[in-house]
Design a protein around this ligand. Structure first.
Ligand code: PLP
Length: 361
């Protein structure tokens, strides 16, 4: 049976490396079902390692984690303009994000109805173009927030749009805009509380930007979009088994689109892992910029002849032909492997569907 395996010793090491790189408070981002590791078990693991702020994007996940009784706080990264959601957030003592006058009012009014004070972090849109007050709006926002008696500001943050860029100008510019906005808050009677702007890549690249907190997601999994010179290990692999072996003659096609032909007779093994299990889909194509499309086409051509491997015991077996939805075919010609033998495949947990069992080992 296919399983997603999470090695606790590697995860632990990554956490230690990350902790050793900063004095700032670590906010563990566990959105997207804990980057695919399984939000509850992953959060429990982080909590046992002393992490006590958990950031999520989905209000239901935030409620779920706050109900699970971890010490520390849950930070919801997505602002809400919905009264029912706002009440759910407040009843569960979730710290939430406000990034507009309406989201501030929604939370304040819900807190007033419940006779509570809601803790909020103010988000500044320094260049992402998504949630947050624009720097120009910060003075007005402060005036408005000062009139809201049922919210307490405990933090302020911003999100970088291109923290993995080779050119840091936009990153520096976002940072400066954030610091200026914080200054404006202070001048206008708002104590901004805990300040944070770094995600994993910025955290690793720009120690001078750590501020009071750093929001770490992908670095815990060792799956970062920048060169890994930090000793972080990749977390997550698929474990499967050979379900069939067979002999194919020379000059025989393998797989869709006839991209691979055997040269000589080969012995093959079939492994029941494919796109459906999150394997071989690392590259996303949700882009419409011509230059990006060209780059993808180029990468396709480049990777056309690139060999991919799986592990069988202490051997590497080459994948022959394209990955299909449910299966791959691997070369067992020089490997003494039989039906039932275990196969190990690299996969980003985030892409592995939720119905595939997770196992922490
Ligand atoms: C996802 C997310 C993060 C974490 O990003 P990584 O690059 O995975 O560390 C941080 N902040 C916000 C607002 C996010 O949405």
């Amino acid at each position: 049976m296919n399983k997603l395996i999470i090695e606790k010793d590697k995860l632990d090491k990554n956490i230690e490396i990350i902790k050793g790189l900063t004095q700032a408070k670590i906010i563990a981002v566990v959105k997207g079902n804990g980057y695919g590791l399984g939000v509850l078990e992953y959060t429990r693991f982080l909590s046992e390692k002393g992490i006590d702020i958990f950031a999520l994007s989905d209000v239901r996940d935030a409620v779920y984690i706050s109900e699970s009784g971890f010490s520390g706080r849950v930070l919801l990264l997505t602002p809400t303009n919905d009264d029912e959601e706002a009440e759910m957030i407040i009843k569960n003592r979730i710290t939430t994000t406000i990034g507009s006058m309406t989201s501030a009012l929604t939370i304040n009014n819900a807190a007033a109805r419940l006779n509570e004070t809601a803790q909020v972090h103010i988000k500044i849109d320094t260049g992402f173009g998504r949630f947050g007050f624009l720097p120009d709006e910060v003075i007005d926002a402060c005036t408005f927030i000062s009139t809201l008696s049922n919210i307490k500001v405990t933090g302020a943050y911003s999100h970088l749009s291109f923290s993995f860029s080779k050119k840091p100008e936009h990153i520096y510019s976002q940072y400066r805009k954030f610091i200026n906005s914080v200054e404006i808050m202070r001048q206008n009677g708002i104590d901004p509380g805990m300040l944070h702007i770094c995600n994993s890549s910025a955290f690793l690249r720009f120690p001078q930007m750590h501020l009071d907190g750093v929001r770490i997601g992908s670095a815990f999994l060792g799956r970062i979009p920048i060169e890994n010179v930090y000793g972080l290990q990749r977390i997550g692999f698929l474990k499967s088994n050979i379900i069939e072996t067979k002999e194919l003659p020379g000059k025989h096609n393998i797989g869709y689109a006839n991209t691979f032909k055997t040269r000589n007779p080969v012995r093959t093994g079939i492994v029941p892992v494919g796109y459906r299990h999150g394997f071989g889909i690392e590259k996303s194509r949700d882009t419409f910029r011509l230059i990006d499309l060209l780059r993808y086409v180029y990468n396709d051509i480049k990777s056309f002849n690139k060999k991919s491997y799986v592990r069988i015991g202490d051997k590497s077996a080459q994948i022959l032909g394209r990955v299909s939805m449910y299966n791959i075919v691997v070369d067992l010609t020089d490997i003494d492997a039989k039906v039932g033998d275990e196969v190990v495949l690299d996969a980003n947990p985030l892409l592995v569907p939720i119905d595939i069992e997770r196992e922490f080992i």
